[in-house]
Design a binder for this molecule. Structure first.
Ligand code: CA
Length: 283
């Protein structure tokens, strides 16, 4: 499997601080597995940025540890990703209990682990994963928010939810309670698929048809990421806006092939793609 990817995290036009965080794999094209993370922190003066950074660090480290020494892509990484998110929940909760400044902090999470022609998606809160395939944009995750609950019950339309005064109220977040329920989805990938992770700073102001058009009109992930962030900011940039765009450039025909020298070298470096990958992007 070969991927191209890019991410951007921007403070927006209204907020004084960026409490979102993203993490991309440290290198492109390594064999094995690629982990992409996005978190949208909340709570207190210092808490939001701490919570999102802690989540990314805890999950990156525990996934790197869990996958280290495995010979090839993991057979079933879902329990590993779930436990990593649960660990992040405990760490954020513990830190918030220890330090008064951090009381009440929490964060959303959307994670994508790409491996063996599949994407494993995990989410908590209202940061989302979308898949663009053959011109169609599909929302893969379901928001854990009060307004989404009302949409599911038929009390609100999705359009009413998008502009609702209570749209920021989450029903789940990392750090919000002693335990957390993590939603997990697995998708088979196809050549040319584009995966988008984003915070509500994007999907709040920018309608879904516009997100689709901007992804369709962009040749490369870095171009798409810039256009999406610009679109949110041109609509007022009411919140921190973060995006991760991943494009499937090649799907491996199968394991155990001899490969080129480059591929073999990259294979030996694995799981380097998951090591030291924290890259906090700020404006
Ligand atoms: Ca937000």
């Amino acid at each position: 499997m070969r991927l191209s990817f890019a991410g951007q995290s921007d403070v927006g036009r209204v907020r004084g601080e960026n409490q979102d965080a993203i993490a991309l794999p440290a290198e492109q094209g390594a064999a094995g597995a690629w982990l992409f993370l996005l978190a949208d922190g909340m709570g207190g003066a210092a808490g939001g940025a701490r919570a999102s950074a802690m989540a990314l660090k805890a999950i990156s480290e525990s996934m790197a540890k869990a996958l280290a020494g495995q010979d090839g892509p993991p057979a079933d990484p879902a329990p590993l990703l779930r436990r990593s998110a649960e660990r992040a929940n405990r760490e954020i909760r513990d830190a918030a209990g220890r330090e008064q400044d951090l009381a009440g902090m929490g964060t959303t999470l959307v994670a994508a682990l790409l491996y063996a022609g599949r994407a494993l998606i995990a989410n908590v809160g209202d940061s989302r994963a979308y898949l663009l395939r053959a011109g169609e944009l599909l929302q893969l995750t379901e928001d854990h928010s009060l307004v989404q609950q009302e949409v599911a019950r038929g009390h609100l339309t999705p359009e009413q939810a998008r502009n609702h005064s209570m749209k920021n109220v989450l029903t789940r977040a990392l750090g919000a309670a002693d335990t957390v329920e993590v939603d997990l989805f697995t998708r088979e990938l196809a050549l040319g698929d584009v995966l988008l992770l984003c915070s509500d700073g994007l999907h709040g102001p920018v309608p879904q048809p516009s997100i689709r058009e901007l992804l369709m009109a962009s040749r490369r992930p870095d171009e798409a990421a810039s256009r999406l962030v610009d679109a949110a900011n041109s609509l007022g940039g009411p919140d921190n806006v973060s995006v991760v765009v991943v494009r499937v450039e090649e799907l491996a025909a199968g394991g155990g092939e001899p490969g080129t020298d480059t591929q073999r070298r990259q294979a030996r470096q694995r799981p380097g793609g998951l090591r030291g990958l924290i890259r906090r992007l700020r404006d």
